[in-house]
Design a protein around this ligand. Sequence first.
Ligand SMILES: [Zn+2]
Length: 261
Amino acid sequence: MVILGKNQVIAKRLSQISILIMVSLRLALAILMTASARMTTIAALSTASASVNHPSTIGTPGKPWGIDEFKLWRDTRVKQRCYTADIVPKIESLRDNTLFDVVKYGEVEHYGIGECDAFPLFAVKSRDWSEDKPNVFITGGIHGYETSGVEGAFLFLSGGRAAHYTQHFNILVAPCVSPWAYERIQRWNAKGVDPNRSFNPNGEVVEGRSFNPGEATEESAALIKFLREDMGHVQFFCHMDLTGRMNQHHTIMRAKSRQCP
Ligand SMILES: [Zn+2]
């Protein structure tokens, strides 16, 4: 056992304290550096996701998008609501209404990771369809960001007005035509094409059309096929596309019989 003098004890204590302070400072510095590195990483990631999130930042200015750019655009659109949870139950609940039939008229690819393979597409049709009455066709959600159109279609169907008008008209309603875009609140479908500008009936290329020189979208083609084959080329007295704007849909219910600009 070594017996230390009073001064030696003080010197040793000071040395221990200085080591403790140095270790603490190093630890604090390491934590600060780690936190700073993490903040830099988070900032870089959020900048990257923000920059990729805006379509104008994808691709090269002046050069049309190729498959890779469209895929990047599709994969960076964030799902914000659920067609299966929001829309399908509303359609299913209409099966109880004795005045309407619910028809599944097609499917479109889902593109969601770990989810179902396809979105079912539905229409609601007057059960008492008669040649003596004029036919009215109503669509909602052709553009996925037009929420009030979808809500308007369901309000019309469930709120009694559609039931009232079935006395005078045959009514066919497709309440949510473009489910992938509905979930992501987008105008375009998953392939970056506008379904409401893609009703080229025979899949033909329309010369001079800038918005979609290609064939009809899956959403448009499914609806065309349904009207031709299942509905027997039925002629409509009136077609109303219920539109709306995403910044207004919470407060304003717009249901105008016009094409969107
Ligand atoms: Zn529209």
